[in-house]
Design a binder for this molecule. Structure first.
Ligand code: SF4
Length: 505
């Protein structure tokens, strides 16, 4: 068959997971330049920039959530797509084995992780024939945090702060603004969105994701849609959502809109939200050998200029050192906006752990503990020890039904995550004396370097991302965004940006 096909696809996966394309790098640089020096968004973007460099230099995953691998493959007429499909799957499994992809394929009925990123529906493969000799393979890796921020509207609809959205381009504009606003920090903004007007419920979402394969500087060939994209980009950044929902001048780095015909009775607007860790690349392959003839989105002959120097976290001198386990007085002294540097033991826990702890005693003493919402990428060493290779925060709001109960029951004093939590958790923090610390979503390489060592693991039967990892932290930076006095930066930014959204109606 094609002797180099497997290796070419493997290279594509590794590069996509570890090195952001130039247009996204440029957009992150531009966002950094726009934010005020020393602001929360500027500090967050500095961490993001360092993380991008660290991932590329060490060929590590940019974000620990390497997402749902989605391949778009174009083949010459007569190519054996069945064989290619098996080769792509083998390459995905190999990239997972090498730690470039996190095992992300979970049986929806049993909760069991296949460990290989293979299973019904994963990876996603779309084949199309075309009248060219080459094989084109494009890949997008889109994680769960931003995937959960996708939204589909059925017009006409009443939208919070914006009023009625009709079946017009003006109605579509309102939907898109609403989609960006509702994501707040949960989708690891500043984000980029793909939009589809029309189609049916299924094809509409597929086309919205397809739009994410366009480069950020691409101009829509349809003048009407180009105008809509430009209009959205002209106003959306006045919302003030900012990086990670911290407030700031850049909430969106790109908006790409496509349109499909629809049924007379339907008018869907689908929005695919992608995070700053906008990982998409592609290759053109020699159809006789499968070797890479050229890359899409990047030119390997152009050297990558680092995003910034690697001077470490940029301190202002106002950072507060926290050493776990924490006592109540220390925690109650913290206020929203404080930047903390956390050291000492911490335990990871996400969906499976939270659910488990509601009916089982914890495997470790959580009194005064720092709980980290994180599903790391870990490597088992030859001597049986573990090394974390990627460890950014996961979206915390999923744990809202459990968090307050677990804080009260076990004495947890700090929760590290991203995107913030809701009213129930906020009340729990106040009642029991605990804080929520927002880390920078996706900064998996940066935070992996803040983990001195892995001291153990519990509940490994839940799979690597869902297990409870016992980590020793050293100067792990995060921002207090919910304190023990009932204050929530997330609530404040959502309210302020909602008022701004109303002005764009
Ligand atoms: S950067 Fe955030 S939203 Fe994007 S994949 Fe990583 S954790 Fe998910």
């Amino acid at each position: 068959m094609l002797p180099h096909f497997f290796e070419s696809v493997l290279q594509l996966i590794v590069k996509t997971s570890t090195d952001l394309p130039p247009d996204v790098r440029e957009a992150v640089k531009a966002a950094r330049a726009r934010e005020d020096h020393g602001s929360r968004s500027a500090q967050a973007l500095a961490i993001i920039a360092q993380n991008i460099d660290q991932a590329a230099a060490g060929e590590g995953a940019i974000c620990q959530d390497t997402g749902m691998p989605t391949f778009e493959i174009k083949t010459p007429v007569g190519a054996n797509q069945i064989w290619m499909k098996e080769q792509v799957k083998a390459a995905v499994a190999e990239a997972t084995r090498r730690g470039k992809l996190r095992p992300n394929s979970v049986d929806s009925l049993t909760g069991e992780n296949s460990g290989t990123n293979l299973g019904p529906g994963t990876p996603i493969l779309h084949f199309e024939q075309w009248e060219h000799d080459a094989i084109e393979v494009k890949l997008i890796l889109k994680g769960g945090g931003c995937e959960n921020m996708n939204v589909q509207y059925s017009l006409p609809a009443e939208l919070p702060h914006l009023g009625r959205a009709d079946r017009t381009l003006e109605g579509v504009r309102k939907c898109v603004l609403h989609a960006v606003w509702q994501a707040q920090g949960k989708g690891c903004g500043p984000g980029a969105i793909g939009v589809c007007i029309g189609g049916d419920r299924t094809s509409s979402y597929v086309e919205a994701k397809q739009q994410l394969f366009r480069t950020l500087d691409d101009v829509n060939p349809d003048e009407r849609l180009a105008g809509l994209e430009a209009e959205i980009m002209r106003t959306v950044n006045t919302l003030g959502v900012g990086t990670m929902g911290f407030g700031g001048k850049v909430s969106l780095i790109g908006c790409k809109v496509g349109a499909l015909n629809r049924l007379p009775a339907s008018f869907f607007v689908s929005v695919a939200y992608d995070c700053w860790a906008f990982r998409r690349l592609g290759v053109s392959l020699d159809a006789r050998t499968g070797a890479i003839a050229s890359w899409l989105y990047r030119d390997p002959s152009v050297p990558t200029i680092p995003m910034m120097d690697q001077a470490g976290f940029q301190r202002t001198g106002r950072e507060i050192a926290l050493r776990a386990p924490l006592d109540e007085a220390t925690v109650r002294s913290l206020r929203v906006g404080d930047v903390v540097m956390v050291s000492g033991p911490s335990f990871t826990g996400r969906d499976a752990v939270h659910h488990h702890l509601m009916s089982h005693e914890p495997p470790v003493n959580l009194t005064g503990a720092v709980l980290y919402h994180c599903g790391p990428v870990v490597r088992k060493n030859d001597d049986g020890t573990w090394t974390v290779t990627a460890a950014g925060p996961t979206t915390s709001i999923r744990e809202e039904p459990y968090q307050a109960d677990l804080i009260g029951r076990y004495g947890i004093r700090a929760v590290i995550g991203k995107g913030g939590m809701g009213g129930r958790t906020l009340a729990g923090l106040k009642q029991h004396g605990a804080v929520y610390l927002n880390a920078i979503g996706g900064a998996a390489q940066f935070y992996a370097r803040c983990i001195e060592r892995v001291e153990g693991v519990s509940l490994l039967e839940f799979g690597t991302p869902e297990a409870m990892w016992h980590l020793q932290l050293k100067d792990f930076p995060a921002i207090v965004t919910m304190d023990a006095h009932g204050n929530s930066l997330h609530k404040d930014i959502e309210t302020a940006s909602g008022e701004q959204l109303a002005k764009l109606a």
